[in-house]
Design a protein around this ligand. Structure first.
Ligand code: FES
Ligand code: MG
Length: 571
């Protein structure tokens, strides 16, 4: 095979004025001429930000990656992209996932890069970076920042999942505001992202299961020295991948996506996995449907005993052997011949892994729970689908018929939920509208809405809740999410009224409202969209182009890729 000229040489290898301009300003950084004469140029795409506390240690992480790139004979260049801190960004970080993906895609394509290392941590930073990189399709590897150490407060372990419990305790008067404040620092006591199998850890597991990260990317805690070693090894690996021209599309096959779906079921991953994986698949051109998230995982039990579906924390997961142990247990059910960024097959990498704690990671013969995964519902209330995470739900509500108590939007919900006169019973179904992609806009994590105060006071701990929004990966409850089409797009959800009868039947994958097709059509004919379009700017673009949840909530014009070719020069 004829050796292709390195992509970066389309800049640095030029003669005359063009080459001068492409090289001269690089040299002001103290770079010797030989650095630009054909070494693989590796971009380190950094989401470091002090406004993304989960990624605030990424400058150090980037240094470790650089060591690996240099060691392997590459030339590392670090560059920033917009970062998304889940906890600070209003109205929701999800509003900006697609924006970041555009930043990443254009930054990679426009620059003299041969390979890319994506530094990912807090929830949206992973899918945004992977989506953007897929649309360029250079050799790419993901290095995650790692989870925080387990939180400690008043002598016990705590984590992000406790926020929801603490909050209900404060609302029902069992915990004071002062006690709540004291728990804050105990929960977040080291570098890293949320310490449970929330969305950030789910995404780190996803990249490892897809094969675009090295083994153990998912579970090494952020402060553990092994995290920097992994970053260094990833820096070396990407140089090898450039030499071998292993691009994302070579690794991200339909089989790799199926592996990731099965692994996600076994770890009890976040419902956000569905939305992000669908968006990534559409960027790389792999056919994947919402239903696949459910059917491909059929028969895969829950092996990881991690919060919120189980008991332990990401730190425990690593000490037990981490994601490699889960993958090893699933090997007979995976596409074990898939190749990965490690330069070997899934079978070769994982077959020898050892489980050091079967309390934390169960063997496939004695799973932690037969119920796992993300189940996809269909019915006249969600023609294009909705999702529920059964392992985080209550068994007694998995088949439930009840009266709808409707909140028209989040403000309506907040105004009424603690009203002692709210007409609501424990076996009612809470319905929240207009928290979907177009409706909020940005599809926030409010789907696991807190229960009405008067029911909390009665000791009620779970109810069926339905919305077109999302739920934090750290959340739990019998929560139906991602209803598509959403209310603001004129889905049936928009015309639900308090008093309507809804049936949730998870074993049958059904979500139905007891209305005739004629009644639904008549109500839709009367319906007026209460969501006003944004007057200008990015949010207007978002509302006009965001697709529904069952397609991954990406922009319609971003699906697929444009490759890495740029034919014109800047001068
Ligand atoms: Fe960043 Fe949870 S807030 S991962
Ligand atoms: Mg989150």
């Amino acid at each position: 095979m004829e050796k292709t000229i390195r992509r970066s040489q389309g800049w640095f290898g030029r003669t005359g004025k063009d080459g001068f301009i492409y090289r001269a300003w690089m040299k002001k950084q103290g770079i010797a001429a030989h650095e630009l004469q054909g070494k693989p140029v590796i971009g380190i795409c950094n989401t470091w930000s002090e406004l993304t506390p989960c990624n605030s240690h990424f400058r150090e992480l980037a240094e470790a990656v650089k060591r690996g790139v240099l060691e392997a004979g590459g030339f590392p260049v670090e560059f920033p992209v917009m970062s998304l801190g889940e906890t600070l960004i209003k109205p929701t970080a999800m509003l900006y996932r697609n924006l970041v993906s555009m930043d990443v895609e254009e930054s990679i394509r426009a620059n003299p890069l041969d390979g890319v290392v994506l530094l990912c941590g807090c929830d949206k930073t992973t899918p945004a970076l992977v989506m953007g990189a897929c649309s360029v399709d250079l050799p790419t590897i993901v290095v995650s920042g790692g989870a925080m150490l387990t939180g400690r407060h008043e002598g016990r372990n705590i984590s992000t999942s406790d926020i929801w419990r603490f909050s209900e305790s404060v609302r029902s008067g069992k915990m004071t505001e002062e006690a709540l404040t004291l728990a804050e620092a105990g929960m977040c006591r080291s570098d890293g992202h949320c310490a449970v199998m929330g969305t950030a850890s789910t995404m780190a597991c996803m990249t490892e299961a897809l094969g675009i990260s090295l083994p153990q990317n998912a579970a090494i805690p952020a402060p553990d020295a092994a995290r920097k070693v992994l970053a260094q090894l990833s820096g070396s690996a990407i140089v090898r991948m450039v030499h071998e021209d292993v691009r994302l599309s070579h690794i991200l096959t339909r089989e790799a996506f199926e592996n990731a779906i099965k692994v996600n079921a076994a770890i009890g991953g976040s419902t956000n996995f569905a939305i992000h994986l669908l968006a990534i698949a559409a960027r790389i051109g792999v056919q994947l449907s919402l239903e696949d998230i459910d059917t491909v995982a059929a028969g895969i039990p829950l092996l990881a005993n991690l919060q919120p579906a189980g008991r332990y924390f990401m730190e425990d997961f690593y000490y037990a052997g981490g994601l490699p142990v889960v993958i090893k247990e699933l090997l007979p059910q995976l596409h074990a011949q898939c190749v990965t960024a490690a330069g070997a097959t899934v079978q070769q990498i994982y077959e020898g892994c050892v489980n050091y704690n079967d309390e934390v990671i169960a063997g496939i013969q004695q799973p932690f729970n037969e119920v796992s995964g993300i189940m996809v519902l269909k019915g006249n209330l969600c023609e294009n689908g909705a999702v529920i995470k059964p392992a985080a739900a209550s068994a007694h509500l998995m088949q439930h018929t009840g009266r709808a108590v409707v909140f028209e939007d989040i403000d309506h919900y907040k105004a009424l939920v603690d009203d002692p006169d709210l007409d609501v019973q424990a076996n009612d179904i809470l319905v929240l509208k207009n928290v979907g992609p177009k409706g909020y806009p940005g599809m926030p994590e409010v789907g696991n809405m807190g229960l009405p105060a008067k029911l909390l006071a009665q000791g009620v701990t779970d109810m069926v809740r339905i919305s077109d929004g999302r739920m934090s990966g750290t959340g739990f409850g019998t929560v139906v999410l991602h209803v598509s089409p959403e209310a603001a797009a004129g889905g049936t959800l928009a015309i639900v009224q308090t008093g309507d009868i809804i049936t949730l039947d998870v074993p049958a994958r059904k979500l139905e409202i007891a209305l005739s097709a004629e009644e639904i059509a008549a109500r839709k004919a009367q319906w007026q969209n209460a969501v006003k379009p944004a007057a200008r700017g990015y949010v207007q673009l978002y509302q006009q182009h965001v697709q529904q949840a069952h397609l991954g909530a990406d922009f319609d014009f971003l699906q697929g890729g444009s490759g890495s070719e740029v034919s014109r020069d800047s001068h």
